[in-house]
Every structure is written in structure tokens, then in C-alpha cells.
Design a protein around this ligand. Sequence first.
Ligand code: BES
Ligand code: ZN
Length: 470
Amino acid sequence: MSDALAPVLQRLRDDFDGAVQRLSALLRIPSISTDPQYRPQTRAAADLLADDLATIGFESSVHDTAGQPMVTAACRDHDTDTVAHILYYGHYDVQPPDPLELWDSPPFEPTIVDGPHGRRIVARGAVDDKGQLMTFVEAFRAWHHVHGSLPVNVTVLLEGEEESGSPSLDPFLASNTAVLTADAAVITDTAMWDIDTPAITSMLRGLVYVEVSLHGPSHDLHSGMYGGAAVNPANELARVLGQLKDDRGVIRIPHFYDDVREISLAERDQWRGLGFDEATFLGHAGLKTAVGEADRSTLERIWSRPTCDINGLWSGYTGEGAKTIIPARASAKISCRLVPDQDPTKVYDGLVEFLHDRTPTDCRWEITSHGTSPAVRVPTDSPYLEAALAGLESVYHRPAVLIGCGGSIPVAGSFQRLLGVDSLLVGFGLDDDRIHSPNEKFELRCFEMGMRSQAAMLAQFARVHQAANR
Ligand code: BES
Ligand code: ZN
């Protein structure tokens, strides 16, 4: 361990209660990005983080965008020719907490409870992504406290619309390339392999998300007067959506698989070697049987195969009791997770074609996109990745593993495309953290080890001479 790192790790230990309090203050702000009603709260979360970073040696700003504000902060104490410049990313927005009645404690009143791994903090955003982004903020704080500076040049970018498709991200990156371009980016928004095994995610799925409405009769009809003679958009939507997959789980959107590649044999072997425990994984979800494309392992299905899923479905009368109508319209939210080399535009166009090919008589489609992002594959041969692996190993005393991620983080693709910067996806979540669900939690052990890892990775990044990257 480097001499500079040891006192930083000690400081993190000494100040752990403070770190939990600071995280709790952030978790109390309901920064829900998808609902415009919460704009003051998203702004408050951005301000809190910018103010906090300003107290630990950063020059920070909150930038207005067409959507939610962006926070940037820079701490560049070193000559850029000799020391690495690392861009850190996290998101301060959260998913809506619904359904509220399923929470054991209020979603925006962080609560510490005991679990099998010790204490955990329960709140919306506990792990996704407030707890995770605070791992690097706390590591910066400790370095700053002990040494008065950070060992590398650091820029921080905190986004407030990751959970709602990042509409303002690309324009913001495009007009701020000079300040944001770095030698490598660290994105802390992913999971570990298990609580004892750190991981770096090398493959991340992309997303195409659409909302569709099928319009039929001009108004809701009496289902006795018209039933049997009038087209029913709810029946028809169910019929069309039922055709999205065949009996073997193969998606029937035109050209969907054109660009999908098989993973390499080496990757397949490496994933097999991870010793995936399917029963535990499904058990966290209250399930016993894995489903999906025939002849594929579960890790392949979630990491390297594309999907098409209905995320929401509604029509007609959904209140108490019975109301006999044929609804005038039926709607669904549909998402496709994409894998590397699939073109989001082509998938979107294919989905639109699939629907139009099946338009029922007297009906019309209304289709809205809620954003697209491509899948990302991260190069695994960079010196920064080596440095991150070394930092993680020094904290966990076992090697970090390379994993895939079924979720999407649009910024990883945008960094590659707009800044030419590759990302290190290093996160400290667990599969059973219930992200996007009631009772989301972050293990305090993951929080603490995450902070220590971020501190150790900073020390390792300092050893990667810029020249090594040229
Ligand atoms: N932190 C998640 C991504 C993630 C999911 C990482 C599962 C590890 C495991 C991220 O905040 C997220 O949920 N992203 C959205 C992006 C979408 C709205 C564009 C997602 O994947 O649904
Ligand atoms: Zn997230």
C-alpha cells in the first residue's frame, strides 16, 4: 500500500458516521427526474452536491439544461502532462418510489436496518445512485482532508436525468468537451459480483423505449350494445403484443438480430468460471425457474442477448368494481434492451414496422419514443483498467472480476462517442438491492468498501503516467 493511501483509509474509517449522515441528507431529497412536479427537488439535490464539492477543494457549478441541471466540479492541482485526468460520473436523480404502500419505511426517510450482511440503509436512491456516487465524493473528501489535494486531476459530472433517458446529456457533453475530456472515466452506478467480490462491468446493454397507443372507436362504447361488432383496441393490442416473441423466446421485430454477435469463446469460458448461482439470483426475485430464449444460459440472456419487454399496459376501466365498456384506446410501454452493435434507430424503426404491419381495421397507432441508447463494450486492455483492478484487489484482498450488466447507463456510450473517453464501470451494488423497487437498500459494508476502493483506485491512477496512454 502506498504511504499516501494509508492515512486516507484511516480517515474514511474515522469519518464513517459522517459519511452516512451526508448520504442520508442527500437521500431525504425526492429528486425524481421523470416527474416535472419534482423540479425544485432535483435542483436542491444538484445544489447540495455542488456546495459539498466546493468545500473539499473543487470548483463546482450547477448548469441549467432543457431538462434537469448538471453538476460539474473540477479539482486540477497537477500539471496535466505528468498526472492522469479522470472524469467521475454519477446521477443524483432517482426513480419514482411507487408503489408507496409496499415500503416498510418512507422512501425519502433513510432508515438503517439490520440484515444478513450487517447494517443497511433503506431509501429510494440508496444504491441507485446516491450511495454509489457518494463513494467517490467521500474518497475525495478523505484525500483532501489528509493531503490537501487529490493524487490526480479530477473532473466530476453528476447528472439529474439518468433515470429518464438522459435527454440533455449529449448536447451538454457536446458543448463542454474541453472541460470534460479526460484520460478515462469512472462510472459508479453498477453492481459487484457478490458482497466479497468486486467487479468491473465490461458490457452494458442499451435501450429503446417506446410508448404506444392503439386508437379505435371515437369514444368508449357500451360493451353490450357494440361488443362483438366493434373493434376492441384492448383485445387487439394484447393480440399484437402477444406476437412480439415466438414460442422459443425469439423476438419477431424485423431485422432485430441482424447485428447481434455471439460472445467470444474466451468470454463464455470466463463467465462460466464465475460460478453463477441461478437459484439465489432467481430467489431474490421470488422465482424458481429461469425463462427466455431457448438454449441460452441465464448470464447470456441478461448480459449478451437483446430483449423486448412490456413495462406497462393499460386500457379501459381499471377502477373499483365493473364498468361494461369497449375502450376507445389501449396503451403500452415497451422496452428493448440492446447488445453491442445493434443500432437503436434500426431497432426502433423495426418495432414501428412490426406494429404497422399489424394495424387492426379502423385503428391507428400513436407511437412516442422515450429515448434510445446503444449498448457499450469497454476495452479491457487499458492501463486505467489495470489500475482500477489493482485498487480493488488491494481493498478486497481478492481479484476483481469482469462482468456484464443487463441494465443501461446511457452516459457510457456518450462518453465514447462525444468525448472519445472509455469508461471504467466500477460499482458497489448487489443483485438483491431492489433498485427501482420498494425498499431499495445499500449495504453499509458496500458503502464503506466502495469508499475505500475509490480512495485506493485514486492512488493507482496516480501511478499511470499519461505517456502510458499515448
Ligand atoms: N444503475 C442503473 C443501471 C444498472 C442496472 C446497473 C442494473 C446495474 C444493474 C441505472 O440507473 C438505470 O437504471 N438505468 C436505466 C436507464 C434508462 C432509463 C435509460 C435502466 O437501465 O433502466
Ligand atoms: Zn443508476
